[in-house]
Design a protein around this ligand. Structure first.
Ligand code: FMN
Length: 207
């Protein structure tokens, strides 16, 4: 089938686009409100976008607390959502007021970050400490502002659980990150395969 994505002529029960761009990594974004309260929420419009230096992005459908806090305080942290933490991860997607500490609400433990003020999720084996860089507002189908926006941050610190490092490399099968598929579905990374990249040398092997 083909459909016009702006006219939304697919005729399916649900929009399939998010199910087709899958799996999407989940950035579990912690921020501090101006009131000092810890905010934590999952974002699957999330990815690494550059590596020298490292930048990550998450995209917000409306100016939610994570976007507002990152913009107002200039900092955010992305912890890794793993299979063991899946239930806590969904709990932190609840729409609660800015006065509620979502880390504690989900029974998680905050750990202090080194270079930024928002805490990371201590229960998670990986976290990126980020300095907010800028927000890119996205247009709607009519070209007017849609309220959807991409929030970009520079990674300034990386936490990795020592147990996940084997022979100098991160073993992702020990981390078991979860990723978002379409609808209510998720995937877990518990199996990997390796491909060598012709002519790319050692650097290619690491990308
Ligand atoms: C796995 C998962 C991924 C999500 N991804 C996004 C996303 O990419 N963008 C978004 O705006 N909301 C996303 N949400 C919904 C937010 O987590 C939810 O609206 C949350 O309440 C936002 O919290 P905040 O206002 O504290 O930032 C996602 C929810 C789940 C469970």
């Amino acid at each position: 089938m083909f459909y016009d994505a702006l006219a939304i002529t697919h005729g399916l029960a649900l929009d399939s686009c998010k199910a087709l761009v899958a799996p999407r990594p989940i950035g579990w974004i912690s921020t501090l409100g101006k009131n000092g309260v810890v905010n934590l929420a999952p974002y699957s419009f999330f990815n690494a976008v550059s590596e020298d230096p490292h930048f990550v992005m998450f995209a917000s459908g409306g100016r939610k607390d994570s976007q507002r806090n990152a913009e107002e305080t200039g900092e955010f942290v992305c912890s890794l959502a793993t299979y063991d933490l899946r239930e806590a991860m969904t709990k932190t997607s609840a729409a609660v007021g800015p006065d509620v500490d979502e880390m504690r609400l989900a029974g998680l433990t905050p750990a202090p970050s080194r270079l930024v003020k928002p805490p990371r999720v201590a229960d998670s084996p990986v976290a990126f400490e980020c300095r907010y860089w800028r927000t890119i507002e996205l247009p709607g189908r009519d070209g007017a502002p849609s309220g959807h926006a991409i929030v970009l941050g520079q990674v300034v610190g990386v936490h990795i659980a020592d147990e996940a490092i084997v022979d100098g490399k991160v073993d992702v099968t020990l981390l078991k990150p979860i990723a978002r598929l379409g609808y209510g579905d998720y995937a877990v990374i518990d199996k990997v395969f390796t491909l060598s990249r012709p002519g790319a040398g050692d650097r290619g092997a690491s990308q």
